[in-house]
Design a protein around this ligand. Structure first.
Ligand SMILES: [Zn+2]
Ligand SMILES: [Zn+2]
Length: 453
């Protein structure tokens, strides 16, 4: 799917700008006190940054030890796959190393020119494991081999073909598919960055007008220079409807929740002086690639042009380098080793959790079941038998708001770095960890469920 910070043509925008009710607050999602536009103020961004540092410097406890590796994976990633993608695989690899990401599961927009399996990267490159795949027919599809010549237009056949011999498949862009069945899938995207951006109507209008408003443009340039990660985090929300579907569907079958970065490195905007009277706005993610605006169309153009010669770059705003997207949200995969087979197996088994790493490093998070009839420790994704003495335990590396859910209902909440619960009923149990940042509650970690049968 194509991230659309810019979908409304600029000329349409010029007509509606004066009527846009910026004064009216859009409805605020769970945990929020501020709108995204408010979060973009430099004081807000600074406060968020301060709280990130506070969490970073907290002493870290390890309360539950899992004897598996905790690998950061980027699922749903685009490079060199479509006209609206700005980044390359080489750039992605370099940025993965900077962001501490060990796994990249590519999701090409398939094209007739290149096979998304045989024509892509597969295996370890410079310490980063690549698994090729596609964003196709509403899914993240990671088949074991090329689908060329074996693709059926029928949905169930497609799912079977992708899963053949150990392939993985996840429902993608769930906001468009809330009624799709998930019983035959490995899982679904419980967070998708593009989904989160889509509904930011107020912010998107605010951003578009910035290209013709010198004051707002300077505000954004400064924000990106001083607090780039906080700018990306400004849109972060809790996707209530999608989580509700996950909670519903997981009651009848195991369903692994994963994160979708949907990174393309394409939220890059340039403003160039065209002549004495007009500017040109350039973008990657929408067509046409440029829009020309003259001083008669917008009052800010004259001020933007002052001091610039024709052809000169006035501003360049780069919102989404891969490194920043990768820091923003990942799927942590708990596996014995960094191999394609182990990663595929962990995803199928739900041995994974979703985290907004940018808020605080979650590595070391655990959610396990202990006691009861089995002497073994079982972990998120596993099925356990309801029995006397069974305990569910969760632990984070710093104190936060820990919420335990049973079949989607919040049954216990603590302010702590650990939570314990004795289940009395069968069902699906999972944990969310939230952090307090600039006075707001932000979702930080989503565990996969433990299924008590
Ligand atoms: Zn995508
Ligand atoms: Zn795309």
């Amino acid at each position: 799917m194509k991230p659309l910070l810019l979908t409304i043509p600029i000329l349409f925008l010029l007509l509606v700008t004066s009527a846009t009710p910026f004064g009216q607050k859009p409805p605020l999602g769970p945990g929020r006190k501020y709108t995204t536009v408010e979060r973009m103020h430099i004081e807000r961004l600074r406060a968020v940054h301060k709280d990130r540092l506070r969490y970073k410097n907290m002493p870290r406890g390890v309360h539950l030890r899992i004897v598996l590796g905790d690998y950061r994976a980027i699922m749903h990633a685009h490079a060199e796959d479509s006209p609206h993608t700005g980044g390359t695989r080489a750039e992605m690899l370099a940025d993965a190393k900077r962001a501490g990401v060990q796994i990249i599961m590519l999701t090409d927009h398939p094209s007739p020119e290149r096979d998304f399996i045989t024509g892509s990267w597969r295996g370890l490159r410079d310490g980063v494991l690549f698994i090729p795949g596609a964003e196709h027919k509403g899914f993240l599809a990671y088949p074991m081999a090329s689908l060329r010549g074996r693709e059926s237009p029928e949905r169930d056949d497609f799912i079977r073909t992708v899963k053949a011999d150990g392939g993985n498949i996840f429902l993608s862009h769930v906001e468009e598919r809330l009624d799709w069945p998930t019983a035959d899938l490995d899982g679904l995207e419980i967070y998708n960055h593009h989904t989160d951006v889509k509904d930011e109507t107020e912010f998107n209008l605010w951003l578009r007008t910035a290209f013709m408003d010198p004051e707002r443009l300077r505000q954004i340039e400064r924000a990106l220079a001083e607090y780039p990660q906080e700018v990306m985090g400004a849109q972060q929300d809790y996707l209530t409807e999608i989580i509700a579907k996950w909670d519903r569907d997981a009651q009848s079958h195991r369903l692994t929740g994963v994160a979708a970065n949907d990174c393309h490195h394409n939220q890059v905007f340039t403003i160039t002086a065209k002549d004495e009277n007009s500017i040109e706005i350039g973008y990657i993610s929408s067509r046409p690639r440029t829009t020309r605006v003259n001083a008669n169309q917008s009052a800010g153009v004259a001020a933007l042009l002052s001091g610039s010669k024709p052809g000169e770059l006035i501003a360049r705003l780069d919102f989404d380098p891969y490194e920043r997207s990768m820091n923003y949200v990942t799927t942590h995969i708990l596996a014995e080793r960094l191999t394609e087979a182990a990663v595929r197996d962990a995803l199928r088994s739900g041995h994974a959790y979703v985290a907004h790493d940018w808020l605080c490093d979650p590595t070391g998070f655990a959610f396990v079941a202990q006691g009861g009839v089995s002497k073994l420790v079982r972990m998120m994704g596993d099925e356990v038998t309801l029995s006397q003495g069974l305990r569910l335990r969760g632990a984070t590396t710093v104190a936060c708001t820990l919420k335990l859910f049973h079949n989607g209902a919040e049954v216990k909440t603590v302010e702590s770095d650990r939570i314990e619960f004795e289940p009395r009923a069968k069902g699906v149990y999972r944990i969310e960890a939230w952090l307090t940042v600039d006075g707001e509650q932000r979702p930080w970690i989503y565990s996969n469920p433990i299924y008590v049968r």
